[in-house]
Design a protein around this ligand. Sequence first.
Ligand SMILES: Nc1nc2c(ncn2[C@@H]2O[C@H](COP(=O)(O)OP(=O)(O)OP(=O)(O)O)[C@@H](O)[C@H]2O)c(=O)[nH]1
Ligand SMILES: [Mg+2]
Ligand SMILES: [Zn+2]
Length: 386
Amino acid sequence: MSSTPSSPSFPQKADGLVLTYFSDFYTVQKVNGDLLQCKRKALLKKQGLNVVVGDFVTVEDGDSQLGWITGVLPPTTILSKPKIHNISHVLIACPWQEPSLDLRQIDRLLAKVQLSGLSPLLVFTKADINPEFAQQGFTLAEWIHYYSHFASVPTLATSIYDLMSIERLKTYLSDVGGRWVLAGVSGAGKSSLLNVIDPKLNLKVHGLSHKGGRGTHTTRHTELLKTLNGLWIADAPGFSQLDFSNEVPTLIQNAFIETRSSRPLTCTYEDCLHLEEHGCVIKEAVNDISFLPSRYLHYVELVKEAQAGESLRLTQSQKSEVQLKQGKSKKGGKVVHVVKLNPELRQANRKENRQALKKLEQHILHQQNREDDLEYDENPLNHEDF
Ligand SMILES: Nc1nc2c(ncn2[C@@H]2O[C@H](COP(=O)(O)OP(=O)(O)OP(=O)(O)O)[C@@H](O)[C@H]2O)c(=O)[nH]1
Ligand SMILES: [Mg+2]
Ligand SMILES: [Zn+2]
């Protein structure tokens, strides 16, 4: 996605950019810079067209300074968590301490961002708290070295009390440009980071809960903001759950550079998932520093989650590919078979399903016309003429 830090580079057909959404109202920045509170036209709702923060939209003015979103341009990028469109980069905020370092969350977030086709920047926040203490085997400096060198992810450490670290972050952001969103657990210090980047933003921040030392979900809505130096960056609510059940298992490794690095790891097998395969070079190299056991473990976990999702979908579609349901025909109340298609299939390939449905209905009619005993196979796919 092309964008300069100083302008949201509106596509030609767009009237505005959605900055935030709250309780059925969208704040839209128009091309001329004005802000307009908008609602979504009922037609869009009927068409099932969602409007998401970051979307470019067409708007028409309504009464009393209220506008209407009349259309939404197809997004160039989609991130499901935080939910935002048309961004290019994700700043993954991971607290070094308070809440404690969570390597699993880091690897899951990194994978999600990379599988979404976006570029990550990993930032260890709260670097002022015991940076020299080793956590899970490494000091902060060593973790930065690992992620930047072996996982090939740009990595920084920040503290809101160390302005040098903030300057380094600012320089990185303005050098790279693009449109950004912050992601990470509640309490990671996302809003605090934005406040030091640009004090005018004045975002709400809150300490951790006394009980569990966790964040208190202070930021409630994703909001695209423009910082002093013209960078577009969105603050977002914290979260910890990420779903990988819809990912393709063989693609997960694309998010782990360790599996495809030419030096020293290159698996000899094509299509290898690096799980149980005998003689897999990647698996054998896990104890090597170039693929940390913890990171390999998270990789395996993600592949398994994606595999579980895939096999669940397969079982569901096999079971209920076509369901037969008893019903009454319109004419004469005669009992006929009504074919009900699996909704998932209906979405996947409407045309094929319609054709299959037609064929099946003809088959049923044919059977009935012959007034044979209707001992119809429950699974019509087993019929020769299907
Ligand atoms: N020591 C230290 N504390 C920090 C730093 N950054 C943020 N904090 C503290 O961490 C707490 C949480 O900060 P927030 O900015 O509200 O965290 P958040 O990630 O926006 O949290 P949510 O909005 O709930 O997702 C606050 O008490 C901040 O003062 C830091 O660099 N060092
Ligand atoms: Mg916040
Ligand atoms: Zn392998």
